[in-house]
Ligand binder design. Structure first.
Ligand code: HEC
Ligand code: HEC
Ligand code: HEC
Ligand code: HEC
Length: 118
């Protein structure tokens, strides 16, 4: 990643692609995709802009019901990412769905499930 020198260019490019092609949308982070759907920063971070709160599972599940999620991904192979014998459906979402950077496959610290986390 080339952060320092090209930060401004990167910001300009991402502002540009935000209204651009679907292919470019793949490169947006999860927070950008939420904002593009009309979800404000405050809906995840609370009203105090100077001290954004890190959203925990309670915040995410206000909009994404865990029950519906578990059902939706029940046929993902080799295992449902939203249900496990260790955490059931209560693992904090952002262990995988990092919102301002690369997503992570939390389970693969120990397993080889190869999940593609959006
Ligand atoms: C869908 C929920 C969501 C939305 C919308 C969102 N964020 Fe975040 N934000 C997160 C999560 C989760 C983290 C924790 C780190 C991560 O996942 O990248 C975070 C981290 C941050 C941090 C770092 C805070 C810290 O203490 O490390 C800042 C600053 C921030 N977000 C600002 C914003 C701004 C500004 C917006 C609106 C443009 C925004 N966020 C929109 C979920 C969101
Ligand atoms: C205020 C409601 C709201 C909150 C809070 C929220 N989301 Fe979302 N989320 C949405 C909407 C709306 C979509 C877009 C759904 C669609 O396109 O069908 C979405 C889409 C997603 C997607 C689909 C893939 C993508 O990125 O486009 C994931 C994953 C996701 N959210 C995870 C999270 C996580 C994790 C949190 C908590 C950090 C969170 N959401 C908080 C409303 C919310
Ligand atoms: C262990 C990693 C992991 C955790 C933790 C996790 N997810 Fe996911 N999530 C995934 C993967 C992998 C997918 C893609 C599944 C697939 O291949 O269809 C996904 C897909 C999604 C989607 C898109 C579903 C769809 O097909 O429309 C949403 C929304 C979502 N997750 C929200 C959440 C929320 C909210 C939480 C916390 C309650 C959460 N996830 C916790 C890994 C995770
Ligand atoms: C810190 C290490 C660790 C993490 C992280 C972890 N597991 Fe496991 N998991 C294990 C161990 C150890 C076993 C027991 C060994 C066995 O029976 O294979 C196990 C067993 C399992 C099993 C039953 C055996 C099997 O392979 O079918 C499932 C299902 C499973 N884990 C799913 C998950 C899911 C889904 C995640 C992510 C949400 C996850 N695990 C995260 C260590 C971990």
């Amino acid at each position: 990643m080339m952060f320092k020198a090209s930060t401004l260019a990167a910001v300009m490019i991402s502002a540009f692609v935000a209204v651009g092609s679907a292919a470019a949308a793949d490169k947006q982070c999860g927070a950008d995709r939420h904002v593009a759907k009309g979800i404000q920063c405050e809906m995840c971070h609370g009203p105090d802009k100077a001290n954004p709160k890190e959203p925990d599972i309670k915040v995410c599940t206000q909009c994404h019901s865990t029950k519906a999620l578990v059902e939706k991904t029940k046929n993902v192979k080799p295992h449902n990412p939203h249900m496990s014998p260790h955490y059931q459906d209560q693992l904090d979402c952002i262990n995988c769905h990092v919102m301002h950077g690369e997503t992570e496959n939390f389970c693969d610290q120990c397993h080889k499930f190869g999940f593609k986390v959006p």
